[in-house]
Design a binder for this molecule. Structure first.
Ligand code: PAF
Length: 281
C-alpha cells in the first residue's frame, strides 16, 4: 500500500491507475479509523479496482473552540487497518499542501446546510464541501463512499455533485454500531466509562422513536416530545437538536409519511455525538 503526501504524487498515481484501465474509489476520512470507515473501504474494494482512502483532519470544517487540535490521530494504526481491508493508497497531505498560503476558494451548498448540524456548527459544511471538492479534483474517483452516520453531510455532498455536474457516483453506506448500539465514531474515544454508558441514550431514543412510528404515531411533535423526554432524563446528556425531517431534501415536516430522517445531536459531557435513523412508512 502506498502512502502519499503530495497532490502531485497523488495525481501521478491516479494517472497510472487510469491508464491501466482501472476504476478508482475514494473513501474520504479524517482518520482514527474504526469499523465504520473499514465498512466503507470494504464496499469500495468490492466496487472498484483501486481504492484510495484519504486521511486528512480538515481544519476548515472545525469551528472556533471545537476539537481540531485534539482530534484523535494515529497514522501508523490507520495504515495497518487500511492495508488489511485492501486499500491500495492512502492520501495523507499536510495542511499546507491542501491550503497553501493565500488559499481563498470555498464551495458552499445553500439551504440544505442551514438546519441540523449546519445551525449548530456554522461554517462546518462549507469546510466539508470545500475539502471534498478538492479531494474529488485530486483523486478523480469513479465512485466515492460516505457513511450514513453523517446523514446531512451525505445529502449535501450528493447535492454538490449534482449541482456541479461532477462525473462520479456517490455511495452511502449504513451506520456501523457497537454491539450495544452506539454508533461508531472517532470521537467515542473522548468518552469516560460513565459517559460511554450514558451515550447509549442516543440509540435507545432513536429506537423508541422508531417504535412509536411503527405503532402508528404520525405526529412529528409527539415523537419529538417523547425523544426529548428520554434524552433529558439522562443526567450526562445535553440536547443540541432532535429533529425529524424529510429524508430526501431535509425539509421540515409536521406529519410522518414516506421516508423520514430521525436525527439527533447530543453532548455527552463535552463530547458532541450525532446519530440518526431512516424510517419509512
Ligand atoms: O466525514 C468525515 O470524516 C469528513 O467530514 C470528510 C468527509 C472526510 C471531510 O473532511
Amino acid at each position: 500500500m502506498r502512502i502519499i503526501h503530495t497532490v502531485r504524487e497523488m495525481r501521478d498515481y491516479v494517472r497510472g491507475v487510469k491508464l491501466a484501465g482501472h476504476t478508482v474509489a475514494l473513501v474520504p476520512t479524517m482518520g482514527y479509523l474504526h469499523e465504520g470507515h473499514l465498512a466503507l473501504m470494504r464496499r469500495a474494494k468490492e466496487r472498484c479496482d483501486v481504492v484510495v482512502a484519504s486521511i486528512f483532519v480538515n481544519p476548515k470544517q472545525f469551528g472556533v473552540g471545537e476539537d481540531f487540535e485534539r482530534y484523535p490521530r494515529d497514522m501508523a494504526r490507520d495504515a495497518r487497518l487500511a492495508e488489511e481491508v485492501g486499500v491500495d493508497a492512502i492520501f495523507n497531505p499536510p495542511v499546507e499542501e491542501m491550503y497553501p498560503a493565500g488559499y481563498n476558494t470555498y464551495v458552499e451548498v445553500e439551504k440544505l446546510t442551514e438546519g441540523l448540524c449546519g445551525a449548530a456548527r456554522p461554517g462546518h459544511f462549507r469546510g466539508v464541501t470545500t475539502v471534498v471538492n478538492k479531494l474529488f479534483n485530486i483523486v478523480q474517483p469513479d465512485v466515492a463512499f460516505f457513511g450514513q452516520k453523517d446523514a446531512q453531510q451525505a445529502i449535501v455532498i450528493r447535492q454538490m455533485v449534482a449541482d456541479l455536474n461532477m462525473p462520479l457516483e456517490i455511495v452511502i453506506v449504513p451506520i456501523v454500531r457497537e454491539p450495544d448500539g452506539l454508533a461508531m465514531s472517532s470521537r467515542n474515544v473522548y468518552l469516560t466509562p460513565a459517559e460511554r454508558e450514558a451515550a447509549l441514550v442516543l440509540y435507545r431514543t432513536l429506537q423508541r422513536a422508531n417504535g412509536l412510528i411503527m405503532a402508528g404515531e404520525r405526529s412529528v411533535p409527539a415523537v419529538l416530545t417523547e425523544m426529548r423526554r428520554m434524552l433529558e432524563a439522562e443526567p450526562l446528556a445535553t440536547v443540541d437538536y432532535v429533529e425529524i425531517r424529510d429524508a430526501g431534501d431535509l425539509s421540515v415536516i409536521d406529519t410522518i409519511q414516506g421516508r423520514v430522517l430521525v436525527a439527533l445531536a447530543v453532548f455527552i459531557g463535552r463530547t458532541r455525538l450525532i446519530d440518526n435513523l431512516l424510517v419509512e412508512v
